[in-house]
Ligand binder design. Structure first.
Ligand code: AGP
Length: 606
């Protein structure tokens, strides 16, 4: 995600842009920039800096220009490192552009139009700017129409043309963008957060329609030039609420962002329905030649690794270990040049995980990291990086980052299976098709929150809770348990369902909540037997199965059926249920969901 803002009117454009970027910084904060049209001749001013908006503000201190038209951008890097050159806005000839989204076919465009030698950045956005300039000869609408016909992917573009004063042109597909006009001028932004200080009336820019902002008005037209009148909306949020997009907590907002995060992480790695990592710079031999895999991470990232192990090991049939980073770094790990170390980290700054990475490289292993924050320390020190595209995750409790870590491990497992001959192309295509269905399955869960709230109302009264499952379900239960305890402060444990009777079942009392995961066909019966054992001791059972599973009489108090038919892919909707269960439990207890006690978002201390 990135934050974009544009303004043209009677106010000081620089001031409006900088204030707007500060409010949009939660959308991305690794670099920021602004571009201004002076209104006198063709002068334009561009300042862009790696670092937070505060760095940009300092750099603008010396800027002495009167401008009432400009665009601004705060970046969450997807293509290209974090530096001044890759920061937005990007200039190509007469075009100045800022962008939120992912241009999937930018490499093809570079080759098709011969842009390679003229590019100065590593970004897909600059390629779009070059294409706009390529097509621009006095008619901005023609240039925009031709450009969006060439590109595929998601975009929210704000465009200025050097010789068209005081006007800003916008067009979007998938990525969000809103616009508003009031007495002081016209605004465009990624979301209402940046507009609220000026007006509470706005409209969502319709997809594939060209919006023109002038000082006096905003007009919208379709690609054939026909005028369009979008619905005007009113918002009564304050700025903080707007940064949460109207959700009461960042965590709930980020849970709802998961379908988009999954699509943004999976889609750019697919070519003709098969996994392709060429744009990530991960050579096949890295996945083909290793004799074992060591997954190393902390917390939720480590639990994503547990799911990765449970998925990959039976398919690839090489040893896959999951190692707690803080333990790994003080062991003598069995890691050598034949080991692929898979580092998983949302922040890319977790000190234990970073230390484990460095130890792995000392042992001669190749390190491939799955990271959400572009240019983070772990990313920079890895041999290869598989970036997730979840956008900034603000809540301490990780949700969308976990979801896209899973998707990344599934993609890597599928690619590895293909190149090692464990998957035929058809099998791989089917696997990817099911993986691509994860976002829809999560969306379906998000439509059934009321039932999850009911389960949370029971869990909120408990002092202990248990999550049980077998196989992949056991791996899923680990994260469910962590989510609950870290934000509700209820003691929770995940247990292999078959292991309960070897001691832990002694803790089951009347109404002890037990979340039982039974989505794996081949061990469904065994898991049901284990559930009967806790039921017989008075447990309050919350059962999660696949849709269509045969549910024995009186086996549970609440039943959720997940809309994923294949065992391997149930983790995505199951994770959403368990995240919402933890969220509503914490909220019902009146706790600080986004900032739970004792915790920090990124653990950069040992
Ligand atoms: C997850 O809900 C926790 N906030 C925590 O366990 C986190 O996953 C862990 O600290 C690892 O962080 P990282 O992914 O940024 O390395």
């Amino acid at each position: 995600m990135c934050g974009i803002i544009g303004y043209t009117g009677h106010l000081d454009a620089l001031k409006v842009l900088l204030q707007g970027l500060e409010q949009l910084e939660y959308r991305g904060y690794d670099s920021a920039g602004i571009a201004l049209l002076s209104g006198k001749g063709d002068d334009k001013f561009l300042i862009k800096k790696a670092g937070p908006v505060a760095t940009l503000k300092d750099a603008c201190e010396k800027l002495d220009v009167e401008s009432h038209c400009g665009i601004g951008h705060t970046r969450w890097a997807t293509h290209g490192g974090v530096n001044d050159t890759n920061a937005h806005p990007h200039i190509a000839g007469k075009v100045t552009l800022i962008h939120n989204g992912i241009i999937e076919n930018y490499h093809n465009i570079i080759e098709k139009f011969g842009f390679r030698d003229s590019l100065v950045s590593e970004t897909d956005t600059e390629v779009a700017a070059r294409l706009l300039d390529y097509y621009y000869s006095k008619d901005p609408y023609e240039a925009i129409r031709k450009t969006i016909r060439e590109i595929t992917g998601s975009y929210a573009f704000c465009i200025m043309f050097e010789d068209i004063h005081d006007k800003i042109f916008c067009v979007r597909n998938v990525s969000p963008m809103v616009a508003a006009h009031m007495k002081d001028g016209s605004f465009v932004a990624s979301d209402v957060t940046a507009v609220i200080p000026y007006t509470n009336r706005y409209f969502v820019i319709p997809e594939y329609q060209i919006v023109t902002l002038t000082k006096e008005e905003i007009f919208v037209q379709d690609l054939e030039g026909h005028p369009v009148s979008p619905e005007i909306l009113e918002v009564n949020w304050n700025i903080e609420a707007a940064q949460k997009n109207g959700f009461p907590h960042y965590m709930l907002k980020e849970i709802h962002e998961q379908p988009e995060a999954l699509r943004n992480t999976i889609t750019p790695r697919l070519k003709d329905g098969l996994p392709d990592f060429s744009e990530d710079g991960i050579p096949d031999e890295v996945l083909a030649e290793c004799e074992k895999i060591s997954i190393v991470a902390c917390g939720t990232a480590m639990y994503a690794g547990m799911v990765g192990k449970a998925l990959i090991e039976p398919i690839i049939k090489i040893p896959v270990s999951v190692n707690i980073a803080s333990e790994f770094r003080y062991e003598s790990p069995l890691v050598d040049e034949k080991t692929l170390v898979l580092i998983v980290s949302q922040s890319g700054e977790t000190i234990d995980t970073l230390a484990a990475l460095r130890l792995s490289k000392e042992c001669g292993a190749k390190v491939l990291s799955i990271v959400n924050v572009k240019g983070s320390t772990i990313a920079r020190e890895s041999d290869y990086v598989f970036y997730t595209h979840a956008g900034p995750e603000i809540a301490v409790a990780s949700t969308k980052a976990y979801m896209v870590q899973l998707a990344s491990l599934y993609l890597i497992g599928c690619r590895m299976a293909m190149i090692r001959g464990k998957f035929t192309e058809n099998t791989a295509r089917d696997f990817i098709s099911r993986l691509s269905g994860a976002s829809t399955a999560v969306e379906k869960i998000l439509e059934h929150k009321e039932q999850i709230k009911t389960a949370a109302s029971v869990v909120a009264k408990a002092k202990d809770a248990f999550f049980v499952g077998r196989g992949l379900d056991y791996a899923f239960s680990l994260e469910g348990s962590l989510k609950l305890k870290e934000i509700s402060y209820i003691h929770a444990e995940a247990y292999a369902a078959g292991e309960l009777k070897h001691g832990t079942i002694a803790l089951i009392e009347e109404n002890t909540p037990v979340v039982a995961l039974a989505t794996q066909d081949h061990i469904y019966g065994k898991t049901i037997s284990n559930i009967r054992e806790v039921r017989a001791r008075g447990a309050f059972v919350i059962l999660i199965t696949k849709t269509g599973a045969e549910i024995p009489e009186d086996i549970c108090d609440i039943h959720f059926a997940v809309p994923m038919s294949h065992d391997r892919f149930t983790v995505f909707p199951v994770a959403a249920i368990l995240q919402l269960l933890a969220y509503y439990t914490s909220d019902m207890k009146g706790l600080n969901v986004d900032k739970p006690r004792n915790l920090a978002k990124s653990v950069t201390v040992e």
